[in-house]
Design a protein around this ligand. Structure first.
Ligand SMILES: NC(=O)c1ccc[n+]([C@@H]2O[C@H](COP(=O)([O-])OP(=O)(O)OC[C@H]3O[C@@H](n4cnc5c(N)ncnc54)[C@H](OP(=O)(O)O)[C@@H]3O)[C@@H](O)[C@H]2O)c1
Length: 267
């Protein structure tokens, strides 16, 4: 069933140079999709593209870009169109977070997080959706997080960006379902990728899932036309806590969980 959806379609994957984005690229290639891969690391993207072209009978294009730059999404669209390509499915996966006391992090880091996790995602969706609507097929997968379901002290800005992604994506799913466009928010929990080193995640004893499992689950949920998916049963149950407990109680629980996991501040 999944082959029918992805085979022969062209899928744009952001953040495709590692982790969940790379796994999306590999799973899609195995399902017969053509790929447009983007991230900042051109060499890594070229290596992945070469391997996937050789292993599968697919076209793979690479467009390196820094999505923090405000003009980058438009430039990406221009470059893709100039190459004679059309995007059937957009996967907004690029993103990063940082575990720290709110005031311990540089304000510039938060600006970059907001720009990548939210602005670039909205811009790319705005720019690529019209062609999908004109063709009356296609869709968008936006990668949110289990951090989207409750405010998370010590990753406050990151969890707020992911709450935005979840809310924005589900709203669009409601808006465009009647136009035959699939729109999915994928919410992974702890996943074994570069994210954790970049975010300074310090979570001994935590069980990480694999990026391959997350990407596969995301594609299967897209096939089923779901509007959101929390990956993993324990994560799904945890995502329900804010519906059962008071908001205050949830925030206290998360604050207690994370307080000892970030560097003391002031140092
Ligand atoms: N890992 C987890 O535990 C976890 C849990 C929930 C949600 N997520 C979400 O999953 C998504 C993918 O993260 P991941 O875990 O796969 O981490 P990752 O391995 O660090 O991948 C992040 C990707 O984003 C790209 N990227 C970073 N900054 C960029 C920029 N300025 N412009 C363009 N591309 C940029 C990176 O490539 P370059 O460095 O080459 O640019 C990389 O390909 C993120 O949205 C993250 O928030 C992750």
């Amino acid at each position: 069933m999944s082959k029918e959806i992805f085979a022969g379609r062209t899928v744009l994957v952001t953040g495709a140079s590692s982790g969940i984005g790379e796994s999306f690229a590999r799973s899609l290639a195995a399902r017969g999709a053509h790929l447009i891969l983007t991230a900042r690391s051109q060499n890594k993207l070229e290596q992945i593209a070469d391997e996937l072209r050789q292993r599968h009978r697919i076209l793979v294009h690479v467009f390196p870009v820094d999505l923090i730059e405000p003009g980058a999404p438009q430039q990406l669209l221009n470059n893709i169109k100039a190459s004679g390509l059309a995007v059937d499915i957009l996967i907004n996966n690029a993103g990063f977070g940082r575990w720290a006391h709110f005031l311990a992090e540089r304000l510039d880091t938060y600006d970059e997080m907001l720009a990548l996790n939210m602005s670039a995602l909205v811009r790319l969706t705005y720019l690529f959706l019209p062609d999908m609507l004109a063709r009356k097929k296609g869709g968008v997968i936006n990668v949110a997080s289990t951090a989207a379901f409750q405010p998370a002290p010590y990753i406050a800005v990151y969890s707020a960006t992911k709450a935005f992604v979840l809310s924005f994506t589900e709203a669009l799913a409601g808006e465009y379902r009647e136009h035959d466009i699939r729109i999915l928010a994928l919410c992974p929990g702890y996943t074994d990728t570069n994210f954790n080193a970049i975010a300074h995640v310090n979570a001994p004893g935590i069980r990480f899932t694999t990026p391959e499992a997350v990407a596969e689950a995301g594609l299967n949920a897209f096939v089923k036309n779901k509007s959101y998916l929390v990956h993993g049963c324990p994560n799904y149950l945890t995502s329900l806590l804010p519906r059962i407990l008071s908001r205050d109680a949830v925030i206290k629980i998360v604050a207690n969980m994370f307080k000892g996991k970030v560097a003391p501040w002031p140092a």
